[in-house]
Design a protein around this ligand. Structure first.
Ligand SMILES: Nc1nc2c(c(=O)[nH]1)N[C@H]1C(S)=C(S)[C@@H](COP(=O)(O)OP(=O)(O)OC[C@H]3O[C@@H](n4cnc5c(=O)[nH]c(N)nc54)[C@H](O)[C@@H]3O)O[C@H]1N2
Ligand SMILES: Nc1nc2c(c(=O)[nH]1)N[C@H]1C(S)=C(S)[C@@H](COP(=O)(O)OP(=O)(O)OC[C@H]3O[C@@H](n4cnc5c(=O)[nH]c(N)nc54)[C@H](O)[C@@H]3O)O[C@H]1N2
Ligand code: SF4
Ligand SMILES: [Mo]
Length: 788
């Protein structure tokens, strides 16, 4: 098969808009997986990797956090199109080393999109950008670690920021937080701060643990599955197999989503005949096309109707909960007019959903970013919990709370202590077992880290994976913050924008990926991960590494620790590096629920971490009960002429890694700068389908943000709502626009207006061009050529 060109940029003039599809997967998904895999890896590596993916003795998919079936239920091909894309992207034979960086000045790289940067291939050796330098140059690992050590010992520990993305293994994550705390700071922001932080905060308050309460088996056995604010066909594709199985067992599904998403409508399972040649399985029995951010009102209305109909599990409520009286009293006064305005649904639709709930003995509630990325997200998460408590849908088979996590190990990283607000008992246990006094003050989360860097309060940024610059909100402000740092360090597999928007000095440290054999310390090392349902298991990659100079994340953390804390430091960094089982033995002593961690994680299928509400209906909250809460319904008012914009993923990206330009379920090919609108809004705003517009957001402090040249596309969604892809739209989101209580960026509700695009540029549009005007400053236009 022909090798792909690595020189493609996005030419938005090529965008094709077709009809959205009415189903997900089917044979196309298999064809796309194979084409991408073979194109990147060739036939042999494709066979070597895909057959080991998600197998009991293989490696864990580095895509999303959806769990694997138990070992005796696994198929030979236990992966989805996006898993195959994730593997192909990592295991690509395209490589970049010193010659590449010598040919391309950083200023030139900064003009490219994340799409182009990622295509260049795997980074093969450590690189440094010296102060005032124009190009990245090679550096030895030893000198790279010494550079980090020199910077970290020259500043106060709280002036350093240690970011983590969610692919990092439990072993590397545990050591990373251990190092940061031994060094002296809790500045451990992570991608979770931008992802399910609202879930973690909300659930911790009302059930006593910030994690979901279901197993895969529960999903299969549910009578009713409510899926709010999630697009599983693209982002958790194997969840569709679980939904199909549940349907086979008689389950009903209610989808709550402003956008009509193909993956919620119908699934053609490529692993069975019906999926390949038949119509597949219809998924959602009810599709509630809710107005953006109407979920809290919907959930309260459902609660009110259930109480009215007496569909309440009195025994559960009495034994296990507190606050029911206040909750019921508040709902008795529910303002239905507000509910209908907030949700945009009819009373009949809501009544009908209440009927389904009332009739179900076992309901699972699933949710993702459509819930967590709003200003009142914590309240909405707690409202989901209220509804579950009402019918006792927690801690019984076939029922429960199922926040579906994003990155493959984001939940594990948190379990291992990647958290800027660590609980006291975790720090006590570090202190007791490892003999040092960890800092107690809370550290910076992602948004606070940006402010600290911008304001000069932080000087060094270290990213364990991820692409912080593109993932964070308020791109111009984030870029300004990164440029103000003395040193930025990225432990990475592929090139991305965070490498080219850098501090005074910058390092790129190339790491082994999940698919690669890790022979650190001269032995085959395994790592462990935790999925969205708290199941932990080990993983080891089959492939020869992309380059002999790559190091594992564990090795990199241990080496940074030695270079910073000194060789004589009392923690056994060399022993941790030599044998990851040693790390697991330390995890066993420190992390709650991890006794005999090494043995349990290594057994086939691994083990499931304890979860008191799920296991025994005990709720370790401050009141020792599940807590009903009361939150105000607010209608997200959209002023005339404006829209509420949500920022979403296409079918061909993993977060800021843009694999390709096909969002085929939504009918978009070969381009990304589109804005989806209701057809009547297009007309009402004076535009026509296909027009080019600039998107503008205006904020209370007088600041204005703008991204140019998006093509208007009509899409089935409620009036007043709009959607466009991330990260192109991140420049629009003010840094302060975050969820109450979790400080998570409210990426899904941005009030915007559109103006005709004067640029008229239908050709290559850099993702970078954006305008940012501060309330207190003259208009400042940021163009790509001014960026370095
Ligand atoms: N292929 C692929 N897989 C991925 C990722 C990827 O980028 N690509 N990313 C991974 C990560 S880190 C994450 S966090 C997950 C994200 O998984 P998702 O949360 O499914 O991702 P989004 O694209 O943000 O989609 C959000 C969905 O919520 C809906 N929505 C938006 N606002 C509202 C609202 O107010 N109410 C309701 N009810 N719905 C709303 C949107 O229409 C959309 O369908 O996926 C993970 N898996
Ligand atoms: N507007 C908007 N913004 C959003 C969101 C949204 O919905 N809308 N979603 C938010 C969410 S949910 C999340 S989780 C964040 C994601 O934020 P991040 O996790 O920071 O971003 P990613 O794009 O997943 O990171 C990709 C980079 O990770 C590196 N990488 C990949 N694999 C490995 C590995 O195995 N090891 C190492 N060391 N590096 C690796 C590669 O260099 C790659 O370029 O974005 C957030 N930003
Ligand atoms: S559903 Fe997620 S974890 Fe499973 S194969 Fe697909 S991308 Fe990988
Ligand atoms: Mo995420």
């Amino acid at each position: 098969m022909a090798r792909r060109s690595r020189q493609r940029e996005i030419d938005e003039a090529d965008v094709e808009v077709g009809a959205p599809q009415d189903h997900a997967a089917g044979p196309t998904a298999v064809a796309v997986s194979m084409k991408r895999a073979i194109g990147h890896m060739g036939v042999k590596r494709t066979a070597q990797t895909l057959l080991r993916l998600n197998q009991a003795d293989g490696f864990d998919c580095q895509g999303c956090a959806w769990p694997d079936p138990s070992p005796d239920h696994r198929h030979t091909a236990e992966f989805c199109e996006n898993g195959a894309k994730a593997v192909a992207d990592e295991a690509t034979r395209d490589l970049i080393g010193r010659e590449f960086f010598a040919q391309h000045p950083v200023a030139e790289l900064a003009e490219h999109t994340d799409y182009w940067l990622n295509q260049q291939g795997r980074i093969t050796e450590p690189m440094v950008l010296r102060a005032g330098g124009t190009h990245y140059e090679p550096i030895t690992w030893g000198d790279a670690f010494a550079t980090i050590g020199r910077h970290l010992t020259a500043i106060e520990p709280d002036q350093a920021v240690f970011y983590t993305s969610g692919k990092t293994s439990n072993e590397a994550a545990f050591l990373y937080q251990l190092f940061a705390r031994a060094y002296g700071t809790n500045n451990l922001p992570d991608c979770s701060n931008m992802c399910h932080e609202s879930t973690s905060v909300g659930l911790a308050e009302v059930i006593g643990i910030g994690k979901g309460s279901v197993s895969l088996e529960d999903v299969h056995r549910a009578e009713l599955i409510v899926i709010l604010g999630q697009n599983p066909g693209t982002n958790h594709p194997r969840m569709l197999s679980a939904l199909e199985e549940a349907k086979g067992n008689g389950a009903r599904i209610v989808a709550v989503n402003p956008l009509k998403e193909a993956g919620l409508v119908r699934f053609k399972n490529p692993q069975n005949v019906r999926g390949v040649v038949g119509h597949g399985t219809g998924l959602a029995d009810r599709y509630l096309q809710i107005r953006s951010n109407g979920d809290l009102a919907l959930l309260q209305a459902l609660g009110a109707l259930l109480i009215e109909r007496g569909a309440v599990d009195r025994d559960f409520v009495e034994r296990h909960t507190t606050g029911f009286e206040e909750y019921a009293a508040a709902l008795a006064d529910l303002d239905w007019d507000k509910v209908l305005r907030s949700t945009g649904l009819t009373r009949a639709e809501i009544e009908d959903t209440a009927d389904l709930l009332a009739a179900s003995e076992r309901t699972v509630f699933c949710w993702a970013m459509g819930i967590t990325q709003h200003h009142n997200a914590v309240a909405t998460v707690k409202e989901i919990a209220n509804l579950a408590f009402l019918q006792g849908n927690i801690g019984k088979p076939g029922a429960g709370l199922c926040p579906v996590r994003g990155h493959s190990n984001v939940q594990g990283d948190r379990t291992m202590g990647i958290w800027e607000r660590p609980p006291g008992h975790f720090l006590d246990s570090l202190q007791r077992e490892l003999g040092f006094d960890p800092p107690r003050e809370h550290g910076y989360d992602a948004v606070a880290a940006i402010r600290a860097l911008r304001d000069g309060d932080a000087k060094v940024f270290i990213g364990m994976g991820g692409n912080f610059v593109s993932a964070a909100p308020d791109t111009s402000v984030t870029e300004e913050a990164m440029r103000a740092a003395d040193l930025t360090v990225h432990v990475s597999t592929k090139l991305n924008r965070s490498h080219v928007v850098h501090g005074r000095e910058a390092l790129i440290l190339p790491a082994l990926g999940r698919s690669e054999r890790d022979l650190t310390g001269g032995r085959v090392q395994r790592v462990s991960v935790e999925d969205s349902m708290s199941a932990v298991h080990t993983s080891h990659g089959p492939l020869k590494p992309a380059s002999p100079y790559l190091r594992s994340e564990v090795d990199i953390v241990c080496s940074i620790a030695e270079a910073t804390l000194g060789q004589g430091h009392h923690l056994p960094w060399a022993a941790y590096r030599a044998d990851y089982a040693e790390v697991r033995r330390t995890i066993a002593k420190v992390v709650p629920g991890c006794a005999s961690y090494d043995e349990k994680a290594s057994q086939p299928g691994g083990f499931v971490l304890p979860h008191p509400p799920r296991d025994t209906r005990t709720f370790p909250t401050k009141l020792d009960k599940a807590i009903f809460t009361v939150s105000p319904v607010e209608v997200l008012e959209v002023p005339p002429g404006k829209l509420v914009l949500q920022t979403i993923r296409s079918h061909d990206q993993f977060n800021t890694t843009i694999y390709g330009l096909s969002d085929r379920y939504r009918g978009i090919e070969n381009g990304r700068r589109v804005i989806f609108l209701h057809p009547d809004d297009i007309t009402a705003l004076g535009f026509a389908e296909g027009d080019l517009v600039d998107i503008i957001s205006e904020w209370e402090d007088g600041s204005v943000r703008q991204v140019p040249t998006f093509r208007v596309v009509s899409y089935d969604q409620p009036r007043g709502c709009a959607a466009a892809y991330y990260p192109e739209t991140n420049p629009l989101i003010a840094l302060d626009h975050t969820a109450e209580g979790s400080n998570q960026p409210a990426y899904k509700s941005i009030i915007v207006r559109l103006t005709p695009s004067d640029g008229g540029s239908t050709g290559v549009v850099s993702t970078l061009a954006s305008t940012y005007t501060r309330g207190d400053e003259a208009k400042r236009t940021v163009e790509p050529d001014q960026l370095s």
